[in-house]
Each structure stands twice: as C-alpha cells, then as structure tokens.
Design a protein around this ligand. Sequence first.
Ligand SMILES: [Fe+2]
Length: 655
Amino acid sequence: MSCTLGKLPLAESRRSCYSGISPAWGFFTETSPAPPPRGVPSAACQMWILGISAYYHDSAACLVRDGEIVAAAQEERFSRKKHDHRFPSHAVQSCLRHAGIGPRDLDLVVFYDKPLQKFERLLETYIDYAPAGFRSYLQAMPLWLREKLWMREHIAEQCGFQGKVLFTEHHESHAASAFFPSPFDSAAVLTIDGVGEWATSSYGWGRGNQIHLLAEMRFPHSLGLLYSAFTYYTGFKVNSGEYKVMGLAPYGQPRYTGKILDELVEVREDGSLRLNMRYFRYCQGLTMTNRAFDRLFEGPPRKPESPLTQREMDLARSVQDVTEMVMMRMARHVHQLTGEANLCLAGGVALNCVGNGRILREGPFERVWIQPAAGDAGGALGAALSVWYQYLGNERSAARVSGIHSDGMRGSFLGPEYSNQEIGEFLETTGARYQLADHRSLPDRVAALLAQEKVVGWFQGRMEFGPRALGGRSILGDARSVRMQSVMNLKIKFRESFRPFAPSVMRERVADYFEMDCDSPYMLLVAPVRQGLRLTMTAQQQELFGIDRLNVPRSVVPAITHVDYSARVQTVRREENPLYYDLLRAFERLTGCPVLVNTSFNVRGEPIVCTPENAYLCFMRTEMDYLVLGDYLLDKREQGEFVDSKAWQEEFQLD
Ligand SMILES: [Fe+2]
C-alpha cells in the first residue's frame, strides 16, 4: 500500500474514493468457534451486554439490558485524567454498580474495534514508510504487545469476566451508536471520523434492527485527520483541541481555502476525499504535519499557549469551510443514494456542531439525529447495541427505543448519581457549611441567585455521557450579563477563551432566541441568534481583535453569542430533565429570559466533575459563588478557609 498520493488525472478524479463493503460484512470476530443461536432470548431471562472502548482516547464502558441502555460512562471522569485512553476499569465498575450486578451476571462483553485489523494497518503503514516511522513504531509497540493484542485475556483480567468476548469494527460501532438509539425506524447513517481499523468514514442505512453499510473511505484519507492536522498546526492538542479550532474559525477569513483544496485535499462530488500525503506526517511520525506543510502555509506550527494571531484564525476558518463543504457533500450523496428522510450521524467529526447545523438547515434531510457521545466513547455504546440487535437479531422499533424520551439515550444522563443522603454524609466529613433546601423551592431560589449575576455550580442526578455538560454537572450563569463571559472564564475556568459559552434554553422558547425550531438536547447544533436580538457594532468596535471583539456585547444574551452571532444551543424539555427545566422556567418567570449560560463543571485541563467531592473541590478552588449539590445549597462566603493540595495547584491552577 502506498500512502503517497498526489493529484489524480481528471478522469480518475471523477471517481469516488469510497470503497464498497461486501454485503457479507464480516461484522463480528468471535473468540469462540461456536456462534450463539440467533433470535430473541426467552422473555424470562434478562440479557446483560457490556460494551467497552479503550486504547485510543476517551475510553468508556456501556451496559445494555435487553437492548435498553442502562448505564454508560467515560473513564476520565473517575481517573481524573482528561481523555484517559486506558482500560476503563472504573467506568465498568460504575456501570455494574448502577445496575446492581457483578461481572458474573454479564452475558457478553463486546469491544468497539478489532485490534488485530488495527495492528495490521499499523504494520503495513510502518513497512510502507520504513525507516521513517521507526521512532513512532518503537513507541507504540510495548502497549500493543502488552495489552492491545490480548484483549480477551485483558478483559477477563480487568473485569473478572470469563465468558464470550466479541469485537465489532470501529465504524460499525459508530454507526450503531448513531442509529439504534435514534428516534427513527429507518434512516441514512453516516460516520465521519479520524480512523478506526482502516475506515475513516462510512455510510449506509439503518432499518429496524439492521444497519447495512454500503461503502467506506479508508486510511490515510480522512476528514477527521485533516482537521486534526490543522488542530496540531494551530497549536492545539490533537483529539481534544478540535473544538477550539471550530471556535476560532469565526474570527478568520477563508484565506487558505483555495490552497487547501488545490494542494492538500481533493474532494469529490460525493464527499469522498484524497489527501496529498506529501504534506502530512501522521503515517510515519509523532506529529501530524511536516516541513512541506510548513512551507505551504509559510511558517512553523504555532507553539502551544503562545499568542493567537490572525494567521491561526484564517487557517481555522479555511479548514472549517472545507470541512463543512465535505460534510454537506457527504450528506447529499448519502441522501441521494438511500432516499431516506432521516439522517443519523456519529464519529468524531459529528461533534463539529457548526457543520451539523448546516446539514440541518440546508438539507437535504428532514430530520437529523446525532449521537451525543459521537467520539470513541460512544463506540462502547454502539458495540453493545450492535450485539443486541444485529448479532442476536432482536426486534427494534423507534417507539420502544424512545419510550417517554425523544430517543433511547435518556437525555444522555447515563453516569453515576448520588443520593441526598450520600451528599449530606460527604458534606459532614468536610466540615462544609450548607443549607438543606426544599426540593420544590430549589429552582426559584437558584434562579434568584442567577438573576443577581451569581455563578452557580449545579450538580444533580446522573452524570452525562459524552463531552458536553447538559444540566447534570454544569456551571450556570445569567446569559444576559455583559460581564458573565469574562467572570466565568477568568475566575472559574482559569482561562481566557476566545469561545463564548453555550446556552440552555426551554425547548418551546428556542425559536424566540435562535434561528432554529427543533430539538437540540445534546448541544450539538449551532444556530444564529435571531436577527432582532442582535446589537450592531460600531465601526470602532469592528476594528477590535480576538477576545476584545468577543467582549463587545453582540446581542441581548451576550454571554452566549459568538462574534459571528452564532450559538451552540441546548434545548431542554421538562420530560427529559424536570429539575433543570424548572430552573429555566423559574429564571424566565423572574427575568423574562428563558436562556442560561451552561458550561461544563470543571476547570481548564480537568475532566468534568463526577462525584460530590470533585464538585466541592472545584467550587472551593474557584470563585464560584454558590454550589448546589442535590438539595444542598452552599454559599462560598460561609465556607471556612480552604487549603488546596500543592499537586493540584501545580497541575491545573498554574497551567
Ligand atoms: Fe472513532
């Protein structure tokens, strides 16, 4: 295999870069030669399936009972190591604990990709580029030889599970996470990612309990890796800083779009693409781009943490434009091919909510559903559902999947929860001063604090699964406040961000504030703030650069309005999160505004809080004004002196 591809002749360039997938699919690799009988298990017995994703980034576990998602969590929340890629032992334990079962009760465990195929890809790539990739080869091998190639044994050892272990392909897991929990009986399915085994993107359809993938794009040609290359080049961390590139794009001009399309990537009408590997180093090195890339964009990569310039903003805007163009073409192609009215999306690129918003607004699909844990964490969930529906052949109907919710994700509140009693016991041990609020009056009390521009840590119910805080582990503020953005950034999150915060809004009021009128429960759609609510900037203000521009109020809800008047919207329905909805409602009654700032409950560099202890420590370490832990209300002014551990200060506060 050769990864080095330049420009193709014209006739060739009209051809698609997708490869067909054999109808036989080869969906699962079994570790036991005897396949289990297909069909529904007897109604009397419950079947527990544990899905696991690990060893790339965002390791996670998901527990499914008879096709219903019971629990799911990411390892980082327990280990407190952001994007933790290690085996998700804590997450597995948490899922089992929530269900009240042990490893012996599990019927099947499924891993979200096929390590042997991935290993084959690594070896072929190393051989192709030898000796150039020797250093990265040496660095990768120990983990492969020690753990990744012995997955079945490793799972048995880590989980105490002795039964059958199955493996799905990476993109089959993403596709399953997109379709099976969706509210659709029938839909087109599109996955867009960095890379799995070989596939980097795939599409097909889902109907009932079946997903059929029709074609895939293969490594090294990848929209996700192209975006990550620019993430690296603009000085952010690959696999976590992609959000920052998206947030930076509105400050820039698409100055490099032509160069990207002329030199770096060839995009076909169907959205498939080929990268010119002369400019990339991820096949053989420890970095994403090389010197030829530097020459093309006239300079070396930005050093992490160094000041951002107009150049990075223009690069971000350019790669974002190309990404949206590819996403739109892919969506149109998949629509044309499947004729479906609905689209399901997953894979890391499906977290690009600006691109998602365009697909929704510009069509061609009537409805779009995106897996909230669209990255690799969601692979654990997809793998488990794949086994239940595709492998075991159990029936599926969208009405049954959705139940009282709008889909099968339970609002993505799938992590651990803590009772008032547990919270109370914890607070007693810390010596914290608190008031125990009446549950019914809690929304009114907290709304009054928010209306006084207080910043409130909000810890309620089960923890969210996926990268966004949705009202379970959130920090909240008044979206109307002109000072809220800088207060939350500097005093709470310890950062000076060029990104605005995201809004939560009552579902029935979303169209009053934003140019959209549909559900966006997982904060995965970006929409413009309504024209009539925008504030015009003076000529002088328009000259401002970077964060100074963001700090100019741009609408009646300035804390959540980006420089291009966009916002990353979360809609909230009462049936999905009653307490959080009641808080929005109480705030609206008090102020007339149904919008709150909702940012994740963590400081810079730290995973979102999981336990009451994590939340309390974050509250004490920052200048947050109030903390609500279940029914307990803590006022910062009433707390005693707090002496933090030196290790934490060194790791986070001084970052
Ligand atoms: Fe992935």
